[in-house]
Design a binder for this molecule. Sequence first.
Ligand SMILES: Cc1ncc(COP(=O)(O)O)c(C=O)c1O
Length: 441
Amino acid sequence: MAKIPNTVFSLRHFLVLSLALNVSFILRMFYDGEVGHNNSSLNRAKANNNVHKSRVVMSSTSSLKNSTCKDLTGSKNRIINLDHGDPTVYERFWRQTGDKSTIIIPGWQSMSYFSDVSNICWFLEAEFAKEVVRLHRVVGNAVTEGRHIVVGTGSSQLFLAALYALSPNHASQPINVVCASPYYSSYPSMTDYLKSGLYKWAGDADSYEKDGPYIELVTSPNNPDGHVRKSKVNRSQGLLVHDLAYYWPQYTPISSPSDHDLTLFTVSKSTGHAGMRIGWALVKDKEVAKKMTKFIELNTIGVSKDSQLRAAKILSAVSDSCEQENSKENESFFKFSHKVMANRWKQLREVVHHSELFSLSQFSPAFCNFFNRVLEPQPAFVWLKCEGNVEDCESFLRAHNIITRSGKHFGVSPKYVRISLLDTDENFTQFLDRLSTIQSL
Ligand SMILES: Cc1ncc(COP(=O)(O)O)c(C=O)c1O
């Protein structure tokens, strides 16, 4: 008899423990990958400042962020997390568009796995493909003729699909994957995460000297430093993946339509809809497109149709806004986003100009075919250098409650940090205020 309550008691304990573990697992997931590279520094800063955990977790949704952080606004103790490139900066534009960017999906729709079995990418929604082609035509940033479109759950999934598709089938060694530093911090971890026998991370393309086939990642404009790039290795056996997540008019002059073998784009940085998890690849070679499709089939049996339909509506609203732009009420998405970024860069340069502690990259202006004038690049990230004796810029800024991502994650010196310029107005303003008050070590 005495054993029964004991068993019940321990079962209850087990259930509570399991619930606690699940909750902590979900919270951890928020901070993995690009979304939470700076996990440990965030935790340390949180502990230092007694910021309640739920407040920080909620900060990934901008509307919640605004309401939950109000009590701390203005306080020096408030943590400003600019580690990840969460593109909430464009929310204001999308709020104004109302029905023009809204879709309703009835319960009976999007039920089948299949979209068009006659297409290589059999889960690609025709409406989405149509709007991808239209937007590239409107913006002039990519050739779509003679390309297969492969849709992915974000360009992150397409990145892995591309590595899979470009790796030789029966090689004795994994193919080397390189990118010139500073490179997007997720590339090394995404490449090696599953310890694939097909491909492996081989570091900085600038110092890559091995013979034989290799895959080079070309990010242009580059994350983290915003510079326009071309391939570095330039040997005959190189297979190139062009990640053009930021080749949009708000970030860089559109000089010509990109025309590569395999190019990745994403709604995350173009329209700011990172939560939709939609990216697309423009692929010249039919066999490569087939293999990428196979990867996604094995990985997630296609890509959410609901998201594709929503993405189609968003892309169509962007193209409409460009084509119908003639009055002030009808400001195009790119005019809006370009203005926001220009404003942020102007304010930032002013603050940094008055500081001896920090410096910024300089960019050359170029002619933008989209805006039809010469413009300066205005990247999505600030690549900030701590001058003088500060060797670890991330820790230095963390001591001022600004969370950034150290240069060491991008394959370079910790004197550099990457800071997102895509966050809310509130966070950006706070960041500038904070930066301007840091006068000495
Ligand atoms: C260069 C680059 N490529 C790809 C991605 C990931 O994009 P997605 O949200 O479509 O997976 C990012 C996100 O920050 C990025 O900076």
